[in-house]
Design a protein. Structure first.
Length: 64
């Protein structure tokens, strides 16, 4: 069986946590932060994807 290629865009956005779960950074924390509310900035922490999203991420990243 040949090796599978990992999706290079997904490699840059997804990481494994210490317990082995997948973690994804939310969008919206790169620029224009002065005009965003504290609540909006607080919501942009790491996100643990749902089961359906996790399955699709694992197909993109077979060796992560």
């Amino acid at each position: 069986m040949p090796k599978l290629k990992s999706h290079s865009g997904a490699k840059k956005r997804v990481r494994r946590t210490g317990s082995g779960r997948l973690a994804v950074r939310r969008a919206g924390r790169n620029h224009l932060l002065l005009q965003k509310s504290k609540r909006q900035k607080k919501l942009n922490r790491t996100l643990l994807p749902s089961a359906t999203e996790r399955r699709s991420i694992e197909t993109l990243l077979p060796y992560l």
